[in-house]
Design a protein around this ligand. Structure first.
Ligand code: ADP
Ligand code: MG
Length: 705
């Protein structure tokens, strides 16, 4: 969220002045900073460096290896012209404190001499290192003057920030120096002393100073321990997340919602409409849900189940219970395609039962939107399917009794809370296929009760997965041909680094053209990507679902939730660019019926590690196992869906890497809520303020999203 307001709180624990308050920041710079979402001094303080440049030389001279092309930073001890027989050589003695290197120029002009007369600071020197008579030498090196490095700004370690268009890195660093110098002293500590001592955390001011201008070179490797400054800031972020989760659970416990009764008659009629009988796991989860719905306290339940296990039907049944009690049920899906798919799939149930179903997404025509919002407000619509559009301010419900959030990992905690706040304490059901390691589930879903669907519908065979070299593309085409002949459908997926990247779209487009012209001229196919207009996407998805299109060449827009049971082949190009969990999600688009299905991962050569990683896809169809293997092999990296997809609103922490810190933060938050639930103690004043500010932000989100 970059739309943080600077004028929302009076006294605060952090400097909320606009960036113009910083010495040296005029209107022009301020504009450039704001364009990057850096509006307040606080924004700058929490815009942490991506890394650091070690301008002490990176590698000390004593560690440099002769024969290598090296680059180091050193100061000039002396420079002179030396006469060697008939030849003049210019020699400069350089040192970084750990060793001495002599730079030699055998040809040079006056400019070189003048340059060394001017040099006052350190130099970056690059060239091939040699040994001559036991001494290190470097001939005709490249030299560059380094920024003036002083003790105060970290003794030669300078922060490297994400680039800001129009602002030179050097300028930004100067601004940050000023910010740290003038504003960090105003920062008020948020964590009580007892917590800081117990968890051995730096104070907030020192942490901020250290993160921006460290005195020691922080390790860059992911597996390395974090610097104590960063750890402190991460702890803080997780502590407030946990407070939010714990408090919202407690708020919920105090809320009275709408107890629902089961109308057996109605459910009997629903049962007759189902084309299959529920699996044991689905039945168990339905019982858990029915029990929740009967309570005065609103339900707040998460259904976790691997791709294809049949969560949608559980959602529908839950919605129908609520609707038969005279309430509205809203389903929020992360993408338009998915919302539309739910709409189409649920229609055959809604119509015969006399349930009024509407769709609301931001891409609808404004007339359609108006019709939908009216029906929602009047209570005429009882089953509402939509996207983020549902949490917009102007959408009001008549009698909202249930909120269902599909593919929870695509939404943040705040969005979930926002929809809940749309109506007097509705029941909440969230559904996810994201395989979050069990050890983490508690801490990130701490405010939810969890149900697990651990069984696939009968007749499913695991998807046969193969990692294939592009040289054997012909085999892939043969398999596709075989399946097309059987009347089945297929996907070919290309990775997209960013939806806006034209070159990636070219891949999709040119691949489709190639396939259509050269390989499958008789097969109806289409492309699908995120930059297409909503209507066009819908048309293509509908045509695919109706089997009018047999091959879909797409980007990852189809990753989440798409359900076309007749599709049996999933081809993924450049699988190395995906996380395993994401590959598992994509693979989950096939194998959704009793037809034997395939997932083919086409690469153009892989390193050993990547090969091993992808081999897991060949061996396992279990989302949990895949996520855990991913972790084990890659080390703490990003679990797709946990972080990348904005699963919760974290800027600094990585839930996997920082699992220990998360546990500690949760413990601290629980203790605090037990000791001082209303946060009335003076020592907790700063916490109270920050929470207040977070809730203002949430309100802001409700207004603007
Ligand atoms: P997900 O859990 O990934 O959201 P879906 O709800 O989309 O999965 O279900 C996947 C497919 O399985 C759908 O085509 C659905 O109709 C079918 N399905 C769900 N439950 C059953 C069942 N009990 N028996 C047979 N098929 C089922
Ligand atoms: Mg689903």
């Amino acid at each position: 969220m970059s739309s943080r307001k600077s004028d929302t709180a009076g006294v605060d624990s952090l400097p909320l002045q606009p960036v113009e308050a910083i010495k040296g920041v005029g209107p022009r710079l301020a504009r450039l900073l704001k364009a990057k979402g850096l509006v307040t001094v606080e924004d700058l303080l929490f815009n942490l460096p991506l890394g650091y440049l070690d301008q002490r030389g990176g590698i000390p001279v004593s560690k440099l290896r002769p024969g290598d092309y090296v680059s180091f930073v050193a100061t000039v001890l002396g420079a002179r012209e030396v006469q060697y027989r008939r030849r003049k050589i210019y020699e400069v003695t350089l040192s970084d404190g750990t060793g001495v290197v002599t730079a030699k120029w055998f040809h040079y002009g006056r400019w070189l001499i003048q340059r060394f007369q001017r040099v006052k600071s350190t130099l970056r020197v690059s060239g091939t290192l040699r040994v001559f008579a036991g001494q290190l030498e470097i001939h005709h090196p490249e030299i560059e003057e380094e920024e003036v490095v002083t003790e105060e700004n970290g003794g030669g370690i300078v922060p490297r920030y994400s680039p800001i268009p129009g602002v030179a890195p050097r300028t930004y660093r100067r601004i940050m120096q000023e910010v740290v110098e003038s504003f960090v002293p105003q920062v008020v500590e948020t964590l009580p002393d007892a917590v800081r001592q117990y968890f051995k955390l730096l104070d907030l001011r020192s942490a901020l100073r250290q993160v921006h201008f460290p005195t020691e070179f922080p390790e860059v490797s992911k597996t390395q321990k974090l610097s104590s400054g960063l750890r402190r800031l991460i702890f803080e972020e997780l502590f407030f997340l946990e407070l939010l989760i714990i408090r919202s659970r407690e708020d919920l416990a105090r809320e009275t919602g709408h107890p629902m009764v089961l109308d057996r008659d109605f459910l009997g009629r629903v049962g007759k409409l189902l084309p299959f009988s529920l699996t044991k796991a689905q039945k168990r989860v339905m019982r858990e849900i029915a029990a929740d719905l009967g309570q005065k306290r609103p339900m707040n339940r998460l259904i976790q189940g691997d791709v294809g296990c049949g969560k949608t039907i559980v959602a529908l049944l839950t919605a129908l219970i609520v609707i038969s009690n005279g309430f509205q049920a809203a389903v929020m899906a992360p993408t338009e395609i998915l919302a539309h798919q739910h709409f189409v799939n649920l229609k055959p149930f809604a119509e015969p039962l006399g349930v009024e179903l509407v769709l609301l997404t931001s891409k609808l025509k404004s007339k359609e939107k108006l019709t939908s919002t009216k029906a929602i407000a009047s209570g005429e619509a009882s089953l509402i399917i939509g996207t983020h559009a549902l949490i917009q301010k102007h959408v009001t419900f008549k009698r909202l009794g249930l909120v269902i959030i599909d593919e929870q990992h695509r939404f943040g905690v705040l969005q979930r809370l926002a929809l809940r706040h749309k109506g007097g304490s509705p029941h909440v059901l969230v559904m996810t296929a994201t395989p979050i390691p069990r050890t983490l589930a508690m801490t990130v879903y701490g405010d939810l009760d969890v149900s697990i669907i651990d069984e696939l519908p009968p007749g499913r065979t695991p998807v046969e997965t193969q990692v294939i070299h592009a040289k054997q593309r012909k085999k892939v085409y043969e398999l596709l041909r075989q399946e097309f002949t059987r009347g089945r459908q297929a996907y070919i997926i290309y990775p997209l680094v960013e939806e806006s990247e034209k070159s990636d779209l070219k891949d999709v487009t040119s691949m489709k053209e190639h396939l259509q012209k050269e390989i499958f001229p008789d097969i109806p196919m289409a492309i699908l990507h995120g930059r297409m207009a909503g209507e066009e996407k819908q048309k293509i998805m509908t045509a695919f679902a109706r089997e009018k299109i047999q091959l879909l060449v797409a980007t990852t827009v189809i990753e989440v939730g798409i359900d076309v049971p007749n599709a049996t082949v999933m081809v993924i190009e450049h699988p190395e660019r995906f996380g395993l969990s994401q590959l598992h999600q994509l693979r989950g688009r096939v194998g959704r019926s009793s037809h034997y299905s395939y997932c083919l991962l086409i690469h153009e050569g892989l390193g050993l590690e990547t090969r091993q990683r992808l081999a897991i896809m060949e061996q396992s169809n279990d989302g949990f196992r895949i996520a855990e293997e991913d972790l084990r092999i890659r080390g703490p990296g990003d679990l797709i869906g946990v972080q990348q997809a904005g699963f919760i609103d974290l800027k600094l922490a990585n839930l996997v890497r920082d699992a220990d810190t998360l546990a500690a933060a949760r413990q601290a938050a629980l203790t605090l809520m037990k000791k001082d639930p209303k946060l009335t103690k003076p020592a907790h004043g700063a916490i109270k303020e920050k929470i207040h500010r977070q809730s203002l932000q949430a309100a802001e989100l409700l207004k603007t999203s």
